[in-house]
Design a protein around this ligand. Structure first.
Ligand code: DGL
Length: 280
């Protein structure tokens, strides 16, 4: 095999998100692809994206990709559901690097999970308003009924560290998910980076016959399939290198992010605006 092919394989997978939520996707990647080197960027200075306009989300997304490109990744994972929902086409038109978002893998899993052809989706305001999950599901099966609900409170509730038995978590889920229970949906897509942390509470609220689709896990599976197909899986036997970059205080990222990543975060660096916009 040529050197350039070997070097290509060993280049990192870059993951970016509006903040720390994308660590759930990184965790899924790390568990499925334990040899891959990973660069993570969390735009903690400008989070949340889920309440911003489409124009702003597209601009932030381009800037985020430009930042991670300096690490010469072999693939970029758009971990943020809001960016995946709104900016994926724009990013694919703007950049040549392979990009994988979270919407298509989540939509595919929901279509295979539903038996009654009734799917619920929860996400940020921007994700739900974009209609991206709804379109992706209908493109696969136009006969599926979809109920899409924005559940913005779940992001701060998760970051606060409330567990699945917490009274506030239970009340929020009860209120948000009532229309989906009434509609008889049997698959629920977690269309936001934060929601995997609430999976047990969501399962309890929805009941046993509802399949909860975790977009983070589905995306990791998609990344593995892509790298395998392209013969780009990293082959170094040594421990992979993870590096995390944030655009605002790394303190909050370290303390809250630990729960999202499932392990201590090392190699975390806060970058300055100059480094973000101009450094090579
Ligand atoms: N990462 C975002 C998402 O998955 C949630 C946080 C935000 O609104 O930026 O949609």
């Amino acid at each position: 095999m040529s050197d350039s092919k070997t070097n290509g394989r060993n280049r990192p997978v870059a993951v970016f998100d509006s903040g720390l939520g994308g660590l759930t996707v990184t965790r899924a990647l790390a568990s499925l692809l334990p040899r891959e080197n990973i660069i993570y960027f969390g735009d903690t200075a400008r989070v949340p994206y889920g309440t911003k306009s489409e124009r702003t989300i597209r601009r932030y997304a381009v800037e985020d990709v430009n930042f991670v490109l300096r690490f010469e990744p072999k693939l970029i994972v758009v971990a943020c559901n809001t960016v995946s929902a709104i900016a994926m086409d724009h990013l694919r038109q703007t950049f040549r690097v392979p990009l994988i978002g979270v919407v298509e893998p989540g939509a595919r899993a929901a279509v295979s999970a539903t038996r009654r052809k009734r799917v619920g989706i929860i996400g940020t305001e921007a994700t739900i308003a974009s209609g991206a999950y709804q379109r992706a599901i209908r493109d696969l099966d136009s006969g599926i009924e979809i109920l899409a609900l924005s559940t913005p409170l779940l992001v701060p509730i998760t970051e606060e560290g409330r567990d699945c038995n917490d009274v506030v978590v239970k009340a929020a889920l009860k209120g948000y998910l009532a229309p989906l229970k009434d509609a008889g949906g049997d698959a629920l897509v977690l269309g936001c980076t934060h929601y995997p942390l609430l999976k047990d509470a969501l399962k309890n609220e929805m009941g046993d016959d509802v399949t909860v689709v975790d977009s983070a896990e589905e995306t990791a599976t998609e990344v593995r399939r892509f790298l395998d197909e392209k013969d780009m899986l990293c082959e170094t036997p040594s421990f992979p290198q993870y590096r995390f970059f944030v655009s605002d205080s790394s303190q909050r990222f370290l303390s809250i992010g630990r729960r999202f990543f499932g392990a201590d975060l090392v190699n975390v660096r806060e970058i300055s605006p100059d480094e973000f916009f101009f450094a090579k």
